[in-house]
Design a protein around this ligand. Structure first.
Ligand code: GLN
Length: 473
């Protein structure tokens, strides 16, 4: 086995048994990236000096402490919308092209305290708006299983880096599906945590009432390890919850699994449907009780999401004015001119589209008809899930209606991109956790099963996923 094939747990064992050092492991990854990433474009920048420095420090820690942390000396990649002190943080946008993060996000601080190694910053759709990384201002990340196809988005860089053994694990973020969808397309596991389970401090915001940082990894065990490290209360994020992720014994036998009928209506690819139904059958064969459920307001989720997210985005993106951060065009004579020019040059088409939609739906005279209405629908969607979790422990569904599509296939049709979020965005509107677990392949293209849980029930999701991943492989 190559060093870059190892999971976190395996790498930890190897480090513990002195089979290799953290510096050797880190160099193996950096080599792999330099050889393979020119074709795949998962990384926007390498943080080589930081990585080698961290690996050396990890080797010292390993020499001194018998029970060093699981993540100590293990190399990761970080989505470029998450701040790592002293490193670039573009969020995939030209407006932040030369922006250097002045501090660490809380999740990075927590990783560093464990002795983690950070290899580099990975590609994302601009301000994490998208499903394919085609909205990145810099490059399109290719799918490691088929380079003519997208890796998914917006955390396409993080997911591809893990799938192609260019990082042992990664941090991504999920506002409407951005961890689960690329994880599904790339054949790796990805967790969208309960809203509030992980601090958002130091994550460049898209929509603050939905954004969550979460792990992407090769297996469920590794997801647990990273999630345990990054989750929990943070005084720097008032929306973070007093939550300690603890693992307990979960059994599939007797567990009630809901299958929402609205998620298998027209629009879903038949082969995707077969893979998901097969996973459901496998759960049943292992003792789960399968129950048909209804989430009646599913059909309004996309419309609701694409009012709320642009509204919040239009407010969050107001700070990029050409003065405070990043790109600044000082050629105009007055301040308004500087704002207009800098924003005009710095933002790509998707952020502009969302700023327009968001500003419109928040403006007086339209607020009640759009934003307020969307908030009411959001409550109905929350209630759908609350009702469902009265009857079942977990919900199984597809992550995406189709597998990874061809690069360029949908770029001229933003609506068809938005529709890709149909199974992932309702979860976000409710604020509940969900995992994408590799469930099978169509040809060489991976397909993920979505396992949805109730608030703060990551333990149940991950417990069942651990058992299922063995039978699905
Ligand atoms: N595709 C969704 C959007 O464009 C989700 C993005 C995300 O989760 N960051 O808004």
């Amino acid at each position: 086995m190559k060093l870059t094939d190892l999971t976190i747990t395996q790498a930890h064992e190897g480090l513990k048994n002195k089979e290799f050092s953290a510096v050797e492991l880190t160099k193996a990854y950096l080599d792999q990236i330099k050889h393979k990433d020119t074709k795949m474009d998962a990384y926007l920048s390498l943080t080589e000096d930081l990585a080698i420095g961290q690996a050396k420090a990890a080797d010292r820690k390993i020499a001194e402490e018998k029970d060093f942390p699981l993540l100590c000396g293990v190399p990761s990649s970080i989505k470029d919308s998450i701040l790592v002190e002293g490193q670039q943080a573009t969020a995939g946008s030209k407006i932040l092209e030369n922006y250097v993060a002045p501090y660490d996000a809380t999740v990075i601080d927590r990783l560093k305290k464990q002795g983690a190694v950070i290899l580099g910053k990975t590609n994302t759709d601009e301000f994490t708006m998208g499903v394919s990384t085609e909205n990145s201002a810099f490059k399109v990340t290719k799918n490691p299983h088929d380079l003519t196809r997208v890796a998914g988005g917006s955390s396409g860089g993080p997911a591809a880096s893990v799938a192609a053994n260019q990082a042992c694990y990664a941090l991504g973020s999920d506002t409407g599906g951005s961890i689960r969808l690329p994880a599904s397309f790339c054949g790796v596991a990805g967790l969208n945590p309960t809203y509030g389970a992980v601090s958002r401090y130091g994550a460049i915001a898209l929509a603050s009432s939905l954004d969550q940082i979460g792990p992407i990894a090769r297996n469920v065990e590794d997801i647990k390890t990273v999630f345990k490290t990054i989750s929990g209360k943070d005084p720097l994020d008032a929306t973070s919850a007093d939550y300690i992720f603890a693992q307990s014994d979960i059994k599939i036998k007797g567990l009630k699994i809901g299958v929402p009928k609205e998620y298998f209506k027209k629009g879903i690819d038949l082969e995707v449907e077969n893979i998901i139904k097969n996973a459901i059958r496998k759960a049943e064969q292992n003792g789960a009780k399968i129950i048909q459920i209804s989430l009646p307001n599913t059909e309004y989720a996309i419309a609701c999401y694409y009012i709320i997210v642009p509204s919040e985005a239009s407010a969050n993106l107001a700070r990029y004015d050409g003065i405070k951060y990043g790109l600044s065009d000082q050629s105009p004579e007055n301040l308004l001119g500087v704002y207009l020019k800098s924003r005009g040059e710095g933002f790509g088409p998707e952020p502009k589209r969302r700023i327009l939609i968001g500003t419109y739906s928040l403006s007086s005279g339209y607020y009640d008809a759009y934003y307020k209405k969307a908030q009411e629908i959001r409550e109905l969607i929350r209630q759908d899930f609350r009702d469902a979790f009265e009857k079942v422990d977990l919900i199984f569904s597809p992550v995406s209606p189709i597998p990874a599509f061809k690069i360029g296939e949908k770029v001229d049709d933003p609506l068809s991109m938005y529709l890709m979020d149909v199974y992932t965005c309702p979860v976000k509107l409710a604020g509940i956790p969900a995992l994408s677990l590799p469930a099978g392949k169509i040809g060489k293209l991976p397909v993920g099963l979505q396992i949805i849980g109730n608030y703060f029930e990551e333990n149940k999701i991950l417990g069942v996923a651990s058992l299922l991943e063995k039978v699905l492989q």
